[in-house]
Design a binder for this molecule. Structure first.
Ligand code: SF4
Length: 437
């Protein structure tokens, strides 16, 4: 049972896929920092490749992506990505083992299956791969049988599809029309070709969306056998994401309705047997993500909740973010400048932040709260946060006892806001972030 306290959700907060968040990135970080970090890297490392293109652009999307209708531009982008793979691989420390590779975007399946295989070949050639787990984000509207077969041959076993809603009117309202039959066909092809964990991205808070529409989408998702479900609240911020201007914002659910939708989704999915993962993800029992929840090994990185234990994540591609224990770094976002840097064999790091010891300490607390619902606090952090936590502890949403901060089951929708109590950068966040529900 979740109680709605609007006053606790007034201030927008980050999603905390890192700490410090990308909003704190600055220009003082560059190629030399990344070069040194690559050479220092040891042990298990994960890779993320950003494919910065989509065949069809959705109006709600805040990703750094563009339409794939310029063949030459796409070819140049892929050339640059190949170059980045090569010059990164050669700089990596000798004891590195790459055990996970994720393709995201954009829509990786906007490139041809042949181009995908070429990227896989380049990774095999230039990176120290140790039987990695392959995962990919897919657009079901443009997924072909050829693509699925190639994934099967490569051994991709984790896939995530952008579905958002099954309701045709809502799909039209957000500029992403994809009939049920198209999604069902994609699921069939993926299962036939070896995808063993399939995630559906869904959204609530869409213009004109009702609880009945959300229920229908969730029931259909369950019926199609999704192993994982991410249920995000749509953030309507056309001042930050110009393509959202095409969405009619006059009919958006208000904060109370959004809260009711998040609570409804949580109830429906957990009643259907899904294990809650953090505050907005769900996994079937037996899925590795549910296993990570049960074993207390769930983590959070730029890709969201994850069972990945690697401390280093290399981001390749324009705008991709890399994470080292003491450094967060983002590649050049502009595709033209990204290509230009790679044409000169320069690592395309553009900005980022060094993670101080204090950042790392606070980041560990924030990650633990979001992943495990509890965190052990140093005496000074407990003292510092006591006043900010009081609105939550007084309402029974969290408990602070002998340095252990625990979020109560009813406090889950406030988890991000509670986590923000430990974020010293977060004093002026009104414009930049989304609502916590
Ligand atoms: S939602 Fe996915 S398919 Fe749509 S524009 Fe964004 S990245 Fe591309």
């Amino acid at each position: 049972m979740w109680n709605y306290y609007p006053e606790l959700l007034e201030t927008p907060v980050p999603r905390y896929t890192s700490f410090p968040t990308a909003a704190e990135f600055g220009p003082g970080i560059g190629a030399e920092d990344v070069e040194a970090a690559l050479q220092r890297a040891r042990g298990d490392v994960s890779l993320y490749l950003h494919v910065q293109i989509c065949e069809k652009i959705c109006w709600y999307c805040g990703c750094n992506t563009g339409a794939s209708n310029k063949t030459q531009r796409l070819a140049s982008y892929l050339d640059a990505l190949h170059r980045e793979i090569a010059i990164t691989g050669v700089r990596l420390g000798r004891e590195v083992k790459v055990r996970r590779i994720a393709f995201g975007g954009g829509s990786p399946n906007a490139i041809s299956p042949t181009d995908f295989v070429r990227l896989v070949d380049a990774l095999t050639l230039h990176m120290p791969l140790y039987d990695p787990a392959w995962s990919i984000e897919l657009d079901p509207r443009t997924l072909t049988a050829d693509w699925c077969q190639v994934m099967g041959v490569v051994g991709v076993s984790y896939a995530s599809m952008g579905v958002q809603t099954f309701d045709p009117a809502l799909q039209a309202a957000i500029g992403r029309v994809q009939p049920d039959t198209e999604i069902a066909r994609a699921v069939d092809m993926l299962r036939t070709n070896g995808i063993r964990s399939l995630n559906f991205d869904l959204m609530y808070g869409l213009p004109g969306q009702t609880l009945a529409m959300l229920e229908q989408t969730l029931e259909r998702t369950i019926k199609l056998g999704a192993d994982r479900i991410a249920l995000f609240g749509y953030a309507h911020v056309p001042h930050l994401i110009p393509r959202q201007r095409r969405i009619d914002g006059s009919n958006l659910p208000d904060q109370a309705q959004r809260f009711a939708m998040a609570a409804f989704g949580y109830r429906l999915l957990t009643s259907a047997g899904y294990v809650p993962v953090g505050f907005d993800h769900f996994a079937k029992p037996g899925d590795p993500m549910a296993g990570a929840v049960e074993q207390g090994t769930l983590r959070r990185n730029f890709q969201g909740f994850t069972d990945d234990q690697a401390q280093t994540l290399l981001g390749l591609g324009a705008s991709a973010i890399g994470c080292f224990p003491d450094l967060l770094v983002q590649n050049e976002k502009n595709a033209g400048r990204y290509r230009m840097l790679l044409s000169q064999d320069r690592l395309p790091a553009a900005h980022g932040i060094r993670r101080s010891a204090d950042d790392q300490r606070r980041g560990a607390v924030i990650e633990a709260l979001l992943c495990h619902g509890k965190a052990s606090l140093d005496a000074d952090l407990a003292t510092e946060a006591a006043t900010r936590l009081a609105p939550f502890t007084q309402r029974g949403l969290a408990r602070l006892d002998q340095g252990m901060l625990t979020i109560a089951p009813g406090g889950l929708p406030y988890a991000r806001t509670i986590a923000a109590s430990f974020d010293p950068y977060r004093q002026d966040s009104a414009r930049r972030f989304s609502s916590a529900v």
